[in-house]
Design a protein around this ligand. Sequence first.
Ligand SMILES: Nc1ncnc2c1ncn2[C@@H]1O[C@H](COP(=O)(O)OP(=O)(O)OP(=O)(O)O)[C@@H](O)[C@H]1O
Ligand SMILES: [Mg+2]
Length: 302
Amino acid sequence: MCSMSVAIGGGKGGTGKSLIAVQLGILIAELGLRVVLVDADLNGANLHTFFGLEDPQYSLGHVLSGEQEARDVVLPTGVKDLGLIAGVYQDLRDLSDASQAERFSVSLGALDADITLWDVGSGAGAWQTRLFDQADVGILVSSPSFQGMERDYFFLRRLCLWKMQGSLTSAPPSQGWLPMPWLTALRAQDPPRAHTLRRALRKKPVYCLVNGISQIADSHIEREIAPVIRRFFGLRTVPLGSLEYDERLSMTSASRRPFVFEFPDSRWVQQMRGVTEHLLGLLSADDDPSLPPDSQPPNSSG
Ligand SMILES: Nc1ncnc2c1ncn2[C@@H]1O[C@H](COP(=O)(O)OP(=O)(O)OP(=O)(O)O)[C@@H](O)[C@H]1O
Ligand SMILES: [Mg+2]
């Protein structure tokens, strides 16, 4: 498997992205792959705290400013084969131009790792959605709540706009805009353009992971969410799994010892192991995930 980047993001805050990034990083490294975790959540950088690291001397900020090479700011985490590029607070407005996100991807591409895992933070901002789009694959972490779904709508909408960048008319999309109904209308007027945009949306997969399930009825909700996203946003989606609610996760978040070490036999960790194996299986089956597995003829739907 060649080096791959995996972004972890989502519209709503507090859905467990950082927690999942850390546990995923540990579980992948335990399977023998070299992993670098990257804390790109510059509004709420906290991955270093999961490893008990105080105020890291070097961080992603030094890479983005060009002061340091990415490989020189990788911190040891105490876990074999798992390094960390820490984040520190940075005003995202300073990073809103495309060249910063470009610099981010190029610098990390030079790292000697099998997988880089990017915690891009929450929200539909330019930084978060652009990084999510730049990674080879993105994991959308959702929560089983109406508010969560609503925030994800804004996240996915912005993601689609990046993918179709330059191809939309100058008027900004109206409230409630969805790519697929829009493309269906476009197809009647301009089939080749609609086809190109459809392919752009499908180029890289979005993996759907739901965290914090507390009802049995929701236990495979990702399998319901993935086709809905595909249908309305036109993105290529893969249901990755769901993880249950475990109150010990909130209580141990301050213990500074990763949950997979604290409660290795818990159901949450077992589920996380399943997600990890599923992810690695998908990545190695699809060694170049930027290539769509099939192409959509101009007159096909959904
Ligand atoms: N499945 C779960 N069950 C119970 N608590 C959870 C679960 N997943 C995460 N938590 C708790 O929710 C809180 C938020 O988690 P975390 O910081 O990882 O979210 P986040 O998505 O990274 O948040 P932000 O968007 O602010 O960066 C933490 O206290 C975490 O331990
Ligand atoms: Mg976080």
